[in-house]
Design a protein around this ligand. Structure first.
Ligand SMILES: Cc1cc2nc3c(=O)[nH]c(=O)nc-3n(C[C@H](O)[C@H](O)[C@H](O)COP(=O)(O)OP(=O)(O)OC[C@H]3O[C@@H](n4cnc5c(N)ncnc54)[C@H](O)[C@@H]3O)c2cc1C
Ligand SMILES: NC(=O)c1ccc[n+]([C@@H]2O[C@H](COP(=O)([O-])OP(=O)(O)OC[C@H]3O[C@@H](n4cnc5c(N)ncnc54)[C@H](OP(=O)(O)O)[C@@H]3O)[C@@H](O)[C@H]2O)c1
Length: 252
């Protein structure tokens, strides 16, 4: 562990050294964890939040008060070790999308993590003319990590010039007052997001999308994307959008 930052009593991010052998594509996830009480590793899926070129690995994490892993992981400090299974996988990768002009990244909560990786990857800026990233959380403070990543992009020596004015950031909250309130699904359905950004409605000829949030969120966004004519893709069959769960649980 090289750095730990706490954002709220439910959210923190940490950085650690990257095993030399670990290769991954920006947007993928790995299994990480701590030694379990029975001697076996206690592992959970985590999106790598840092880009594929970074010497270190970054993760953005929830703290579930009685969660088997995060009730302990939230106490890690620089110098501590974590377990990492170096087998990255996932569908939120460029290879799973057909070429397009505009990339939409739709996140709720810690679902921002894979996009923190993709936004910092030059490939994203080579492949797309424009990138729109939406992040919806219950409260304003829960947007901080994502906002800091977005703000850091413009000052990034590698990415800054490529990004220019091609990034649109659209944060919203649902339970605390902020400049833009509402579920992103509602804002899409009403057309408000397109009016706010001055963009035309979703078009399968132009738009590509990646989605990362709870199962309920993913299903609702998927229905909206399909209604607009976009089709779900996969590594083996690239299409117009891809989806990944930010966590398992709480059903639909
Ligand atoms: C593909 C994939 C990628 C993931 N990437 C991340 C990531 O980058 N960051 C991260 O914090 N978690 C991520 N998760 C969730 C993670 O695997 C664990 O569930 C989480 O770390 C909590 O572990 P736990 O053992 O403390 O509690 P668990 O027993 O795993 O979870 C307890 C309950 O907490 C809730 N919960 C779990 N994770 C979250 C979350 N991220 N946001 C909101 N509620 C949650 C659910 O209701 C769940 O039933 C990912 C899950 C999947 C499937
Ligand atoms: N965030 C907290 O302060 C808090 C506190 C205690 C416990 N928890 C628990 O932690 C778990 C996860 O909380 P979370 O806030 O990280 O994730 P979440 O419940 O998935 O909510 C994250 C954001 O996504 C929105 N959202 C949820 N489902 C949606 C859908 N189907 N379509 C569109 N938008 C959707 C939420 O809006 P809505 O607000 O409209 O749902 C919220 O703004 C839950 O089990 C929760 O009970 C959270």
């Amino acid at each position: 562990m090289t750095e730990v930052r706490h954002y709220t009593d439910r959210l923190f991010a940490f950085r650690c050294t990257r095993p030399r052998s670990l290769r991954f594509r920006s947007g993928e996830f790995v299994m990480i964890g701590l030694p379990g009480e029975n001697g076996r590793p206690l592992l959970r899926a985590y999106s790598i939040a840092s880009p594929a070129w970074d010497d270190e690995l970054e993760f953005y994490s929830i703290k579930v008060p009685d969660g088997p892993l995060t009730s302990r992981l939230q106490h890690i400090r620089p110098g501590d070790a974590i377990i990492l299974r170096p087998k990255p996988v996932g569908t939120l990768v460029h290879d799973a999308l057909l070429p397009g002009r505009r990339l939409w990244l739709f996140a709720t909560g810690t679902g921002f993590a894979p996009f923190a990786s993709l936004l910092r990857d030059p490939e994203t800026w080579e492949k797309y003319e424009e990138v729109v990233v939406t992040h919806t959380c219950r409260e304003v403070a829960e947007l901080t990590y994502g906002r800091e990543i977005v703000e850091s992009l413009r000052e990034d020596p590698l990415i800054g010039e490529m990004v220019g004015d091609r990034l649109r950031y659209y944060p919203t909250t649902t339970r605390e007052a902020s400049a833009k309130m509402g579920r992103i699904t509602t804002l899409i359905e009403s057309g408000e997001i397109f009016r706010d950004l001055g963009l035309p409605p979703l078009d399968p000829a132009v738009d590509r999308a990646m989605v990362c949030g709870s199962l309920a969120f993913n299903l609702d966004i998927k229905a909206l994307l399909e209604k607009a004519g976009l089709r779900e893709g996969a590594n083996s069959e690239p299409r117009e959008f891809v989806v990944e769960k930010a966590f398992v649980g709480d059903g639909v």
